[in-house]
Design a protein around this ligand. Sequence first.
Ligand SMILES: Nc1ncnc2c1ncn2[C@@H]1O[C@H](COP(=O)(O)OP(=O)(O)OP(=O)(O)O)[C@@H](O)[C@H]1O
Ligand SMILES: [Mg+2]
Length: 227
Amino acid sequence: MLETRSLVAKYGTLTALADISLKLEPGVRLGVFGHNGAGKTTLLRCLVGAHAPASGEVEFDGRPVEAGHVATNVRRGIAFVPQGHNVFPNLSTEQNLRISGLLFDQSFMAEILKIFPVLAERRKQRAGSMSGGEQQMLALGMALMTQPKWLLLDEPSTGLAPVIVRNVMARLKSINESLGTGLVIVEQNVPATLKTVDRALILKSGRVVFSGTAEELSGSPNLWEWF
Ligand SMILES: Nc1ncnc2c1ncn2[C@@H]1O[C@H](COP(=O)(O)OP(=O)(O)OP(=O)(O)O)[C@@H](O)[C@H]1O
Ligand SMILES: [Mg+2]
């Protein structure tokens, strides 16, 4: 279980998150939405320990997620894919995967190449020369090399063509179903994400204004009024 209790996050005097309490059961797929500046990235950063809460708690499997100890938190099973293509451009696909899995089971690479056949085809290719969609798949593969229990993704569809977005979303869902990896997906692309997730959260100025099932939100006649 990944949990926050009365989480408050600040940047100086600015309150980015106010009183966020979340309980994420293992294997859940959560979509996090909200306008620019709503606090979505800050929430992910608090969940992986990259930003220290001003008050409140973040817990993973009953123990605190210690802020400032991202590497430890990743080893415990929380993987974070920040926005943008986070690959080493001058290394090959295979070298990128190897580096990310350095402290983990390298043989898991075979599984990842099965999930993303395009990466198997591009195994020896320099990552920087691959398309945006391929680099996004590689970034996901790199995060998966740590065999996480939770995968936190900050706007994974940015810059991708609609057909590639559908492909990325489908892969995420199948990873969740086959490996049981919990997903927290921050997205601007609400319709595509609602097809992939089972729960949804909408943030507005650092507060939760909607929390419920993806079905409830997609069925809501005035979906955009929440924003
Ligand atoms: N490093 C920082 N220093 C100061 N203020 C920050 C910093 N990072 C974020 N903020 C502020 O905190 C608030 C929440 O930012 P956050 O990045 O979490 O929003 P977001 O929902 O991810 O937005 P976007 O959709 O634009 O990515 C914003 O008002 C932002 O300006
Ligand atoms: Mg953001």
